[in-house]
Write a protein that binds this ligand. Structure first.
Ligand SMILES: [Zn+2]
Length: 274
C-alpha cells in the first residue's frame, strides 16, 4: 500500500489515525445489512490497486466465497513498488519483485484456485492508466458477476482510479454488482464524520475459518507489515493500530452503485433499506 495522496485530500499513514475501538463501538456498523457471500459457480472479480489491498479489504470475503464455490479472479493493478521511496536497501524493482510474490502467496492462501492477474501498471499513476485497467476488468467479468474494488472516496488516487475504472466498465454492464471496500478511510475518517451514506453500507460477517485465513494472508505481505531493515526509510507501512481495522470479524463494503437489496443475505422486515 502506498499512502501518497494529492494535496487537497492528503493524509499521512504515519499519523495515529482513528482507533479501531471507535469504529467497533459504533452501532451503525452492527446495524448494517448483512450481504450474501457469492457461491455456486458465480464469478467474483476482486481488484487491488496495490498488493495487500485485496487481503485487507476483501480477504475474508475471498475465503468464504471460495468455500461457497465462487470462481474468483483477483486483478492486481500495480506491484506497489512505490511503498518505500526512501529505502536504502530496496529499489523500486526489488520492492516490485517482493510484492508480486507476496500477493500471489496471499491470494493462493485465501483461495488456491483463484486466478491472479497482475497488470504491472505504475504505482501512484493509475489515474493515467485507466484504459488497461478497464480492459482487464471487462475481460474478467461474466454476466451476473460480482465486482469488488477499492472505494472511490478512499482519498488514495490509485484506489479511487480502480473504482472509477470499474464504474466506467459497469456503465455498459448493468447486470454486474459492484461492492467497494474502504482501506484508508478507516484511518482518516471517523464514525460521526463518516464520508459515506450509512444506507449504502453492507457487512460480511467472517466466520473463524475465514478470519483466520485472512490473518494468515496479511502475514504474507511481509514487506508492508514489517520493517525492511532497521534503517530510516525502511519502516513498516502497516502499523499495528492500522492493521487493527483488518482484524475485525467482519468486512464492510459500500454498495453505492449497486442495488443493495439484491445483495442482502437476510430479508429483514420490509426487505432491507428504505
Ligand atoms: Zn492500496
Amino acid at each position: 500500500m502506498t499512502s501518497s495522496a494529492n494535496s487537497s485530500t492528503a493524509f499521512d499513514h504515519r499519523d495515529p489515525g482513528t482507533s479501531e475501538a471507535l469504529w467497533a463501538a459504533d452501532g451503525r456498523i452492527a446495524a448494517a445489512n448483512v450481504l450474501a457471500v457469492p457461491g455456486n459457480g458465480r464469478r467474483m472479480v476482486v481488484v487491488a490497486a496495490h498488493p495487500d489491498d485485496e487481503t485487507l479489504g476483501a480477504g475474508g470475503l475471498i475465503a468464504m466465497a471460495a468455500r461457497n464455490g465462487a470462481r474468483i479472479d483477483v486483478i492486481v493493478a500495480t506491484d506497489g513498488e512505490a511503498s518505500h521511496p526512501a529505502s536504502p536497501t530496496h529499489n523500486p524493482a526489488q520492492l516490485a519483485a517482493r510484492r508480486r510474490a507476496e500477493v500471489v502467496a496471499a491470494i493462493s492462501s485465501l483461495d488456491f484456485a483463484a486466478g491472479v492477474i497482475q497488470l504491472y501498471l505504475p504505482d501512484g499513476l493509475l489515474d493515467r492508466n485507466q484504459e488497461p485497467l478497464e480492459q482487464a476488468i471487462d475481460l474478467a467479468l461474466a454476466p451476473g458477476s460480482l465486482l469488488v474494488t477499492p472505494w472511490h472516496g478512499d482519498r488514495h488516487p490509485d484506489h479511487e482510479a480502480c473504482a472509477r475504472a470499474a464504474e466506467t466498465v459497469l456503465a455498459s454492464r448493468p447486470d454486474v454488482e459492484h461492492w467497494q471496500y474502504p482501506i484508508w478511510a478507516w484511518h482518516w475518517a471517523d464514525p460521526d464524520g463518516a464520508p459515506w451514506s450509512w444506507e449504502s453500507v453492507g457487512r460480511i460477517d467472517l466466520d473463524a475459518g475465514a478470519n483466520s485465513a485472512k490473518q494468515t494472508a496479511i502475514g504474507f505481505h511481509v514487506s508492508q507489515s514489517e520493517a525492511l531493515s532497521d534503517l530510516g526509510g525502511d519502516e513498516a507501512i502497516l502499523s499495528e493500530s492500522f492493521l487493527a481495522h483488518f482484524r475485525r470479524p467482519y468486512e464492510i463494503f459500500l454498495l453505492e452503485s449497486s442495488p443493495i437489496k439484491r445483495a442482502i443475505a437476510t430479508d429483514r422486515a420490509g426487505g432491507g433499506l428504505a
